[in-house]
Design a protein around this ligand. Structure first.
Ligand code: BGC
Length: 366
């Protein structure tokens, strides 16, 4: 396929274990490189559908890799504290309280892998399985289509869930992520993309100077275990007000119970949506490089997590440590714990339905 390099990574080819359990035979792990006409490059592996690298120019045209991650798959598997760098997380991205939910009268128990809750699909979520991948392309774009069949009862969830995630990079520097899923039994589904960004370049200090704008007048406050209380609270007059661009670090040190619970920002924001379809969710600007990232999504929420659990122990692609708050995630999604909170938009997919969402990341400079 012209311009699409699909290379088998020899270092990606081995059998491995997660929590002492054999996961998969990794023989089919590949890395795909998408390139556009301005030299923007996105690398994707079919292990965890992980985006391993995003290379974009600064305002002077200097390229940098702005996505945290590794060169070798064993690092993704064995990372301390499992940060989910670059991965597609699911079947349910974010937390489900106490690893339990009731659906159509039946109670389901899931792994409590983020005590006392369930996080990001369990012990072997979609970030730790091998997806079937196929390079695709069209006029002005290149992409990868990734498929995974999550079996009935896999990680405790009901229903065979057939998922397709498609990444496309186009010549206007837009990276789109399309999610599609169907099921044969009712099941919760909440898929998201978990890239950590540092618009100065991965490994280049903290992200506290990045200016963030979130198109959200409300957020979902949490309890001390990061489960939403159910309230949709106004951001006005709080450190959670990003309705106008503000440095991430400006209010992060203020005394506020929610910042104490999150150890910083680790909260779902309720997006102000303009109807159906893609709607503006967030814009991030990094002043020294001039790099800008805009996010549009069909989803009702976005989890803003600013790398509070990074502590310098993990070293990334450039060999530099990923320091505390050395990357941020903006995970477009439904609200956490929706399967237990009837007042939140539903995350239940039924056999007669289709799960279909899109998120677009647009890169530019100013
Ligand atoms: C969660 C954080 C978690 C991080 C890595 C984010 O989506 O909101 O609480 O630490 O993922 O697991």
């Amino acid at each position: 396929m012209k311009n699409i390099l699909a290379c088998v990574l020899s270092l990606f080819t081995f059998c491995s274990y997660v929590s002492g359990q054999k996961v998969q035979d990794f023989d089919s792990i590949q890395l795909y490189t998408l390139t556009n006409q301005s030299g923007v490059q996105v690398k994707v592996t079919n292990f965890g559908a992980i985006i391993t690298s995003i290379i974009v120019p600064d305002r002077a045209g200097k390229m940098a890799d702005i996505a945290l991650g590794y060169h070798h798959v064993e690092n993704y598997i064995n990372a301390v504290d499992k940060p989910y760098f670059g991965a597609i997380v699911g079947r349910y991205g974010n937390r489900i309280a106490k690893g339990e939910f009731t659906l159509d009268g039946e109670t389901y128990s899931l792994a409590v892998n983020n005590s006392p809750n369930h996080l990001h699909g369990g012990v072997i979520g979609f970030d730790k399985v091998v997806w079937e991948a196929k390079p695709i392309h069209g006029q002005g774009w290149q992409g990868v289509e990734l498929k995974y069949l999550a079996k009935d009862k896999e990680e405790g969830y009901p229903g065979n869930l057939s998922i397709t995630v498609t990444y496309k990079l186009d010549d206007s520097n837009q990276l789109s992520v399309d999610y599609h899923a169907t099921t044969d039994k009712a099941t919760p589904v909440n898929l998201t993309q978990h890239t950590y960004f540092n618009l100065k370049g991965e490994g280049d200090g903290t992200i506290l100077d990045h200016e963030l704008m979130l198109n959200a007048s409300r957020y979902t406050p949490v309890d001390s275990t990061l489960i939403p209380t159910g309230e949709l609270a106004s951001v006005t007059g709080t450190p959670f007000d990003f309705t106008k661009p503000k440095a991430i670090g400006r209010d992060i040190g203020l005394k506020h119970q929610q910042l104490e619970y999150g150890l910083g920002y680790d909260h779902n924001f309720v997006l102000n949506r303009d109807g159906e379809g893609l709607s503006h969710a967030a814009t991030v600007h990094e002043p020294s490089s001039g790099r800008v990232m805009e996010i549009h999504t069909t989803e009702p929420g976005i989890q803003f997590y600013c790398g509070n659990f990074l502590d310098g122990r993990l070293k990334g692609k450039s060999g530099r440590s990923y320091v505390h708050r050395g990357g941020f995630c903006l995970e477009t999604q439904h609200y956490p714990d929706s399967p237990n909170q009837d007042q939140f938009p539903s995350t239940i997919l039924r056999p007669d339905g289709v799960y279909k969402t899109t998120t677009v990341f647009k890169f530019s400079t100013k």
